[in-house]
Ligand binder design. Sequence first.
Ligand SMILES: [Zn+2]
Length: 289
Amino acid sequence: MDKIVRALSKDGLVKISAVDLRDAVERARNIHRTLPVVTAALGRTMCAASMMGNALKDAGDSLTVRINGGGPVGTILVVSDSRGNVRGYAQNPQIDLPLRPDGKLDVGRAVGRDGMLTVIRDLGFGEPVSGATQLVSGEIAEDFARYFVESEQVPTACALGVLVDRDQHVLAAGGYIAQLLPGAGEDTAARLEENVRKAGPVTAQLMSGTVEDVALRILEGFEPELVETDEVTYRCNCSRERVLAALSGVSREDLNNMLHEDGQIEVKCRFCDKAYVFTDADRELLIKD
Ligand SMILES: [Zn+2]
């Protein structure tokens, strides 16, 4: 069961979100048939988007993360609802690269760093609010840490990790975002930094313990209290109506031709494996004046 936990230090100066998103990242791998380096890149982005979405206030809000670093994986796009349920894709899911010299997946090279990390918050009214920063390394966690500091002026420690087994399935996926709140001093920052260093890679923590353990370990010495837990999942909100609306951009002539050739039009959702079939019987719905 995937979930997000939130905890706060007793003095109210440090907050943390931590997520275990193994099932959702495995689901994304199955939908998109991603190879390991893309599973890691997409999975790390999903973990960050899920935690950021979970911090939105209202039920109808949503958050979109777009990463485009000019690497072979192309654009990574992830959408989270206000609970932290996510959906996403990578433009080129079947990218394969040699491992780095340290034996790790070369996410930085797959993503590239010649581009931007963009976050768009749709708060259900007015224009969506967006912020963007230049990518640092394409390794994703570092890129989000910079985004928070530069775009939102919040000092942030961010760890994101996806551990892929030899048979390519996802063994662990998760991460945390720990942030200093107004009033936090140098000593608080130093202790948080030390905790992050001592805790080690987040995937190793998730392999040996729970996501609650992760949050409490990072806030060790701060007398942390768990304030909230939410179950999350891979969730797509596509529907026949939405797909139909997307088809409104296709010209009447093209639609007619498609229907003439096979007698049906099949449209696959970009985020999940659902296919929507429209036939001659839908001609009136599809082709309007
Ligand atoms: Zn869908």
